[in-house]
Ligand binder design. Sequence first.
Ligand code: CDP
Ligand code: MG
Length: 681
Amino acid sequence: MERRRSRSPRAAPTRNPLTQKPYSSNYTKLLKDRKSLPVYEALLQLENLLKLHQVIILQGETGSGKTTQVPQYLAGLQKKVACTQPRRVAAMSVAKRVAEEMDVKLGEHVGYSVRFDECSSESTLLKYLTDGMLLREAMKHPTLDQYDIIILDEAHERTLATDILFGLMKEVLQKRRDLKVIVMSATLNADKFQHYFEGAPLLSVPGRLFPVEVFFTQVAEEDYVAAAVKTVMQIHAFEDPGDILVFLTGEEEIETACRNIKKEANKYGESVGKLLVIPLYSTLPPSAQQKIFEPAPGPNTKNIPGRKCIIATNIAETSLTIDGVVYVVDSGLSKQKVYNPRMRVESLMVSPISKASAKQRAGRAGRTQPGKCYRLYTEETYRSELQETTHPEILRSNLTSVVLTLRVMGIDNLVKFDFMDPPAPETMMRALEILNFLGALDDEGDLTELGSLISEFPLDPELSKILITSERFKCSDDILTLCAMLSVQNPFLRPKESGEVADKAKAQFAHQDGDHLTLISVFSAYIREGQRQDWCSHNFINPRSMRAAAEIRDQLLVKFNKLGLQVLSEERGRSENIRKCICSGFFTQVACKEKSSIYATLKEKQCVAIHPSTTLAFRPEWVLYHEYILTSKNYIRTVSIINPIWLLELAPHYFELEGFPDSQGKRQLESLKKSRAKNKK
Ligand code: CDP
Ligand code: MG
């Protein structure tokens, strides 16, 4: 009986059983807050349910304490717990918070793991990780024996990796009767999860939302960023105290909005309260992300209370809860992945959110008191243009990486894999085909040695492939740099007001053979100049991108060495070797000039133009591109010159040319082939 009580969430020992140290005062303070969270009451019930069931669905309003309380409670029972998050920002910030709540050092009993950043140790009981990282762990340990309990959080988001984990869990649960799985989601379609995990009980935590008054605009807004700025200023000038949360779509417009709001607020002077404007998006460093939890500024000289205003991407929709928000400004948009398997193009596009998302966003205003939500779109748009819910990501993604992961885990029959929503067969076919051309799968669809090597790197298969091939082309040093640079945000800044100066700065790094080599030059210069921030700002380079690239490069190098690959660099023929090496992975992304500056992609015959950001001085006959951008005009970005002969040498199977549409490029390749055949004779 006694033991039972000490396990209950209400029991409060004075010493931390994990560290044997007395609890700090901060612990006691946080504990009080924690006890008021709706989830707190349900913890014991959850523990009891877990004794009877392998899978439990837990649903509760955002902010009810699911992510912070449930995992730490279970870790307190001496269970090894993994809790997934769709976003790295959420994984890192929640881990930090929970370490504080448990009064332990981050990285010890509580840790996190996100791509290129692992913060955990032998003693880690609770690990927050991105869903993608858990999937990677499952490649190494297919039954995930390192954990007793796996929590799939934010399940309603239906990210690609979470969806794969669902199917994987079903298989692992069969093999490991001791494993427990908790699926946690906001109050959305929990019945779908229950249905999928047949017989899993649903535990619902009662929400505590205050009413939120919703306003639509009367007429459609031309410029939603400007409209957001205006709305924030109106709230700030005329509404009662309370913080503001604005939803926009990406870094650039968030920074613009922040600048403009600060500018406007300055105009008002002391007639309005102090306004603390904070951006929030995924590429911000953790220290900057932490700012959102800072308290709002105090009253000004005229005793008008201050407020904070957070301008965020949809990170703030469900995965991070910011207390004190009373006003929400919703652009109705977010960046979403779209994939067209026929064109093999995956891109991020600013698209309308779903009604469910709009409701979640509005709900952010009613956490602590009644709130208001200003939608920057009309009621008509809401009714006729917004879908009920967002399509699961698996239906709009390139699956190459996922299919390889599944193969590595030994899941061979993809048709039998229990997808909650099965992806289009065409998308699966494309993935298998590409993996075969890359040499990761053989003609029977079985994993090759190269395939398992490719899967070792936390990169897209094409990038891993070029990294591995770099040994053969004696350019590993440069390809390591390139892979790192292609994994971070575009390093070239181009503020509107100083576009020309920025272009000049960029021209210093321009390499005549293309943008890939330009990226490598920038990185070399950054290292040569001692990785200095002032050098970056002087040259319109994003220091964050560079720091991230340096870190990623180090990690790739460690992995590279561990796999027994050799770092080789040869000055002779350097540019050609690098570009050949890139061709060995990205041979599907090539285009040939049709006329003047119009190119056609080879396999799909799409008309494209080279993006104006290129450092190429002229328009060469053949190019390889890294990215295809769908806008009003179709662009290819990050482009380098190639020699079509390399394509025939490096990917002969792909360039058998049978299914290719007729084009300038195809005809050239055909005649090249003929003359090669003749020469051989
Ligand atoms: O997961 P769910 O949305 O149900 O809630 P949660 O993320 O566990 O948040 C519970 C509470 O912890 C909220 O009041 C948050 O504001 C707070 N929290 C925090 O103060 N700092 C964090 N880094 C994370 C959560
Ligand atoms: Mg949560």
